[in-house]
Design a protein around this ligand. Sequence first.
Ligand SMILES: Nc1ncnc2c1ncn2[C@@H]1O[C@H](COP(=O)(O)OP(=O)(O)OP(=O)(O)O)[C@@H](O)[C@H]1O
Ligand SMILES: [Mg+2]
Length: 295
Amino acid sequence: MTVVNLPQAPLFGSVAEVAQRLADVGYLASTGVATTVFLADRLGKPLLVEGPAGVGKTELAKAVAAATAAGLVRLQCYEGIDEARALYEWNHAKQLLRITAGQNRRETWDETRDDVFSEEFLLPRPLLTAIRRSEPTVLLVDEIDKADVEVEGLLLEVLSDYQVTVPEMGTVTAVRRPFALLTSNSTRELSEALKRRCLFLHLDFPDADLERRIVLSRVPELPEQLVDALVRTVRVLRGLELRKAPSVAETIDWGRTLLALGLDTLDDDAVRATLGVVLKHQSDAVKAAAELRLN
Ligand SMILES: Nc1ncnc2c1ncn2[C@@H]1O[C@H](COP(=O)(O)OP(=O)(O)OP(=O)(O)O)[C@@H](O)[C@H]1O
Ligand SMILES: [Mg+2]
């Protein structure tokens, strides 16, 4: 595999600048996160972000795009996603119409073929779109672990060579390297080949101080002592062996809920009334109620 070297100006001048510019667009990054983003940009490597649900993996890609005024191209992966959805496909209906029109005009097949396999009939999907863009681009490959392993092969090719071959048209090579960010919930192991190609970031639940700042930045109307209580309680819940531990997204939702209900202390009644916002399984709710002595 040839690695195409696309010299281009770095997006960020320093780790501190990464943290500052992400904060400016509402994403509060730990030093570890800011450092990895900085390195991914400097080394020109895709960034693979793995971690539990709701810790800010997808949001990080959106924040990098917003902070660098780049366009966000998103490939949402799911079981059964294939080349036609990820890379490109031909617009068969339009091709058929064109072939019929050619027959009516008594065109030769060679003439028709040259035309139907041209740009006009191509439907670019996210990977091809990202490669072809000449403007700054963040390519988000979201939930890569949901896709079948063949899609990883496809990605490897695109992310190593920054080029895509459309047999009927030739090879499309990137003129500008997109900042690529892949996310995974670790529902399955990714291939070693893909991991080797990427910088790896394990994004876990933030520490108490960072979580407090995240909640305050997303729900600024919340009184600080209520945010403290929320974060403390959520951390207790995460310490229990639950089926689904509450994530940052849920702490934020919980804050919004209390605000909507006009509650300004997190007493037992408030927790009991709103626990459904943070815990999504009945067995978790029962366990938490016992642990927090709510009954
Ligand atoms: N560091 C952060 N700064 C600001 N907001 C954050 C941060 N981390 C998480 N959030 C908030 O948490 C929400 C959930 O994050 P996101 O959707 O990125 O989670 P995810 O890790 O992609 O989860 P999933 O695996 O379920 O897709 C975001 O909408 C954002 O409001
Ligand atoms: Mg996500």
